[in-house]
Write a protein that binds this ligand. Sequence first.
Ligand SMILES: NC(=O)c1ccc[n+]([C@@H]2O[C@H](COP(=O)([O-])OP(=O)(O)OC[C@H]3O[C@@H](n4cnc5c(N)ncnc54)[C@H](OP(=O)(O)O)[C@@H]3O)[C@@H](O)[C@H]2O)c1
Length: 285
Amino acid sequence: MGLDFKSFFDILSEVLKGIFFSNMQKLAIIGCGIMGGAILESLIREKVFVPSQITTIDTDEKKLKELNKKLGVKTSENAAEAVNKADVILLAVKPQNLAEVCQNWKTKKLVISILAGTRIADLKKLTGSQKIARAMPNTPAKIGAGISGWFASKNVSKTEKILVRKILASFGEEAELRSEKMLDAITAISGSGPAYFFAFAEALEKSAQKLGLGKLAPIFVRQTFLGAAKLAEAEMISFSKLRKNVTSKGGTTEAALKIFEKKKLEKIVETATEAAKKRSEKLSN
Ligand SMILES: NC(=O)c1ccc[n+]([C@@H]2O[C@H](COP(=O)([O-])OP(=O)(O)OC[C@H]3O[C@@H](n4cnc5c(N)ncnc54)[C@H](OP(=O)(O)O)[C@@H]3O)[C@@H](O)[C@H]2O)c1
């Protein structure tokens, strides 16, 4: 079944609008800490926006001066003024600072939020906008290797969704979710996920030291993680198959994995991620 001419034209026009949209838009980034700063750098590096299109807002005057000097972006300590001049607003403050941030302004423009646990309904109330895209990125965004799940309220247009995708794709992979609720699971898996891997790396490093590797311990653990991640990416087979490929019958790996099984590693991970999801749900209420 082919597309009729009108549908084809509509889709093409949305895609073209999406491609050129960001070239005309002005973006205000409120909160330029770890995540806001990382997103800002990615947006410029990937040429989604040029520095003159971006205004950064933060309470830290010194940070703003540095961003202006380093990246050439505009800066402001007055959120209301910056929101008024912008076409799109990106919120990257801590959830507990949001009410204070939105105190002096309301908008009808597209608002993108990366705040953990702050629901679209609350973002609508606080910002006045009916066009909210809520995303959950993770810290590898700092090096352009993040992954973000996102969900947009129904008033966000197709063209605006293309811009949301472009912004999120500037610092890694992105996927639109079927429901806002899925963001709690995304938070528990990829949002908190890097910390799970670091916790495991810490444990492996301590074990390596106990086994006598001393200063070599962090070097060997880091490269093992990096190598395993790159192998998973290169081979694109299931994690289960990747694990089996390292495990020969009666060998050393099997001896260790048997302990993981006996101590119920899978159950530990399941219980931990459920706890993270529940915490995310609780923070949203
Ligand atoms: N870090 C992560 O792994 C991660 C992952 C996914 C989502 N998130 C979400 O990303 C958001 C930001 O996290 P983050 O780790 O980047 O936090 P952060 O480093 O503390 O950054 C927040 C920034 O907002 C500034 N700020 C505070 N009050 C403000 C106000 N009234 N107006 C303007 N700026 C203000 C802070 O300045 P001061 O330092 O002076 O207070 C700080 O520079 C959070 O909502 C978090 O849930 C974080």
